[in-house]
Design a protein around this ligand. Structure first.
Ligand code: FE
Ligand code: FE
Length: 334
């Protein structure tokens, strides 16, 4: 029973790029082109596919052919394309920008990115409308934001029924309130969008710091057959820290993996981290090591016993099953 992506991993290429924030506006390291980042990702070992930002960042403005050749050379493939609809041009929003010409620019950029997704054979398009939402009370009419977001998703995904479009939700940052903010409202919007090829990308960390149970949020998406992919990372629930997998919320991570395993998840486990001060290769390796360990542990978890404990809603009994495996000392401490 180890067929379920036991040893398969993917990553967002940005975790091997350069990080900038509002303090180190000069960046946390030298400029890195997307091709440099792809090479670094390949050096991790075990990453088979990448989620690539589009347009491809320079220096040198790498072309689609450059990226394709490099992926072939390094033995990786394109997992997804993420159009950058959250940069300076779109600072007041992409889908919900008050200026119709900017909204059109976002749709056009996504259309170009979608062509690239086909050219590179991506599994899906990842849509993260990071600047869509609002910052202040009274600033925006929620019904208008809903209309514009639903309409934009119909425009971009409607013409491509064979290509999945995954919406990544996030509660806040960069906006104080993002439009696609949680699992339930994103699923509700997807219902209004009304297209079979639109679903959710569930970022474990976004779910955590949005106050959800990531496992319960995953169940919600799975029940509606709308879970396209997941991003794995960790945080302290106050912010999108994008730390290494399992570094803070070990038990919730285990529960999340269990949920996906039981649903027959067969996709590579996707890393999404921002190792500002760590070596990104080591940060990715730490996550991969943790995922392998937790997935192996799940193989030994007695699911019948777990189900029996859950049927009784026996919190301590259910946790003990996991801790007995996680901590040798726990069982020995009787
Ligand atoms: Fe993410
Ligand atoms: Fe994030």
């Amino acid at each position: 029973m180890t067929e379920y992506s036991f040893n398969r991993f993917s990553a967002g290429v940005w975790m091997f790029g350069r990080f900038v924030d509002r303090y180190a506006a000069d960046g946390y390291g030298p400029e890195v082109s997307i091709t440099d980042a792809i090479r670094t990702a390949a050096s991790v070992g075990g990453i088979e596919a990448l989620d690539l930002n589009y347009p491809f960042w320079g220096p040198g403005e790498p072309s689609v052919a450059d990226v394709r050749a490099l992926l072939e050379e390094t033995g990786m493939r394109t997992l997804a394309i993420t159009p950058e609809i959250y940069t300076q041009t779109f600072r007041a929003g992409a889908f919900t920008n008050p200026d119709a010409t900017v909204r059109k620019q976002a749709i056009d950029l996504i259309a170009r990115a979608t062509e690239v997704a086909y050219e590179l054979g991506a599994d899906y398009m990842k849509i993260w409308p990071g600047q869509d939402g609002f910052d202040y009370p009274l600033q925006a009419d929620p019904r208008r934001l809903w209309e514009l977001s639903v309409d934009a998703m119909q425009q971009i995904a409607g013409p491509h029924p064979d290509l999945p479009f995954a919406i990544e939700y996030k509660p806040k940052e960069p906006r104080t309130h993002m439009f696609f903010s949680d699992a339930a409202s994103t699923l509700l919007a997807i219902e209004d969008i009304g297209l079979d090829n639109v679903g959710v990308l569930l970022d474990f960390g976004h779910s955590l710091y949005g106050g959800e149970s990531p496992a319960a949020a995953a169940e919600l998406c799975l029940a509606r057959r709308r879970l396209i992919d997941v991003d794995l990372n960790d945080n302290f629930r106050g912010w999108d820290d994008d730390l290494a997998v399992g570094s803070v919320h070990l038990l919730e991570t285990l529960e999340f993996l269990l949920t996906l395993k039981r649903a027959g998840w067969d996709k590579p486990w996707k890393l999404d981290q921002f190792p500002f001060r760590e070596d990104p290769v080591e940060a990715a390796r730490a996550s991969i090591r943790m995922l392998r360990a937790l997935l192996r542990l799940l193989d030994r978890l007695d699911l019948d016993e777990l189900d029996a404990a859950r049927e009784r809603q026996d919190a301590l009994g259910a946790q003990r099953l996991a801790y007995d495996l996680l901590l040798g000392e726990f069982a020995a401490a009787e």
